[in-house]
Design a binder for this molecule. Structure first.
Ligand code: MRU
Length: 339
């Protein structure tokens, strides 16, 4: 699934528009930095690694767009800051923008066309690298899944959330590729419905058996022994192993602990943020009221009533049975020093 496509000749980024899946496979076209920031904020594209890759291509679009101005350097740094700030929780976004900026500063190139050429290569290699590490993570993590497992996942940590293949869904894909029979329960993941719309879409497309469950069915399903394992992705992992992921993940982890079900997190090493000591230090994005207050343009709450729309929560490290990365499988107490 090539859902992020960059046309270097014309400086155009094409994104499979995740707002309309699974009904429509529409493409959103980004020609300006404003388009890229809009795509990130409105979740045309979402998922931590995918927004990092989009931001890297966004840097290329930015330099092309501003190259005609004399004061392009000032515009460049302001643009990069705005891009990095478009969503706050997933570390991959600011990580990607900083990585592009630092590589440029190291090289000291001053010609916009050369910067464009250089950044295009960097963004493309980040994209390819992400797919490669997902496949490695998948192979490593697949050993944790057994033939016949029913695996619950929350949100979408699949190909659509990454450069391709997926983190949590990459582990499931790799286990299936090894010949194991794996069934997936995708939590619907209110309010944006990443599980119902996106996880179900991509697994069904791959012929992996998937059923969608309401978020509030989790306790019932676990109590009735309908789930063997849980595997989710991450938006940011603190140095102590606390995990920020889609709102609802913490509840799933607590329930998994209560029912003695292993709870795994799959994420690339660059999701571990050396600058975040613990989960409480992570900025939790709050999203617009409309996402909770409306379903399919129909208002579902009374007038003059407000909502709470925290997009992520923190799962404390001790609830996480293992963190699967492309390099190793880590277990509590987490020690990422020396990585
Ligand atoms: C490999 S994606 C991991 C996480 O980014 C994913 O689980 C998640 O929470 C995505 O949130 P979203 O708001 O859809 O960007």
């Amino acid at each position: 699934m090539n859902h992020i496509q960059f046309d270097k000749v014309n400086g155009i980024l094409k994104l499979l528009d995740q707002r309309f899946l699974p009904e429509k496979e529409d493409w959103f076209i980004c020609k300006t930095l404003t388009d890229v920031i809009y795509a990130l904020k409105e979740m045309v594209i979402r998922g931590a690694p995918a927004i990092g890759i989009t931001a890297a291509y966004g840097c290329c679009i930015l330099i092309k767009e501003i190259s005609k101005y004399d004061d392009w350097q000032g515009k460049l740094y302001r643009g990069l800051e705005n891009l990095a700030a478009s969503r706050p929780t997933a570390v991959n976004l600011s990580w990607a923008v900083n990585m592009m900026r630092h590589k440029l500063e190291d090289l000291q190139i001053k010609d916009p066309q050369l910067i464009y050429d250089f950044w295009t290569k960097e963004a493309t290699s980040l994209h390819e690298f992400d797919i490669e590490i997902n496949q490695k993570m998948g192979k490593l993590g697949a050993d944790l899944l057994e033939d016949g497992d029913v695996v619950m996942t929350h949100c979408n940590a699949g190909a659509l959330a990454t450069g391709g293949y997926g983190t949590a869904l990459g582990v499931i894909r790799a286990a299936v590729e090894q010949g194991k029979q794996i069934k997936v329960i995708a939590n619907e993941t209110r309010p944006f419905l990443q599980g119902a719309r996106l996880t179900a879409y991509e697994l069904a497309k791959d012929g992996i058996e998937v059923k969608v469950a309401c978020d509030n069915a989790c306790a019932f399903l676990m109590k009735n022994k309908m789930i063997n394992k849980v595997i989710v992705g991450a938006d940011r992992i603190a140095v102590n192993g606390d995990v920020a992921n889609k709102i609802g993940t913490y509840g799933v982890a607590l329930l998994a602990k209560e029912h003695n079900i292993p709870f795994y997190v799959a994420a690339p090493l660059y999701t571990i943020d050396p600058n975040t000591a613990k989960g409480d230090d992570i900025n939790i994005e709050q999203r617009p009221k409309k996402e909770v207050a409306f379903i399919n343009d129909k208002k579902i709450i009374p007038d003059n009533v407000d909502v709470l729309n925290f997009a992520f929560d923190i799962t404390p490290a001790h609830l996480v049975s293992a963190i699967i990365t492309e390099k190793d499988i880590f277990r509590f107490p987490y020690d990422f020093k020396g990585l």
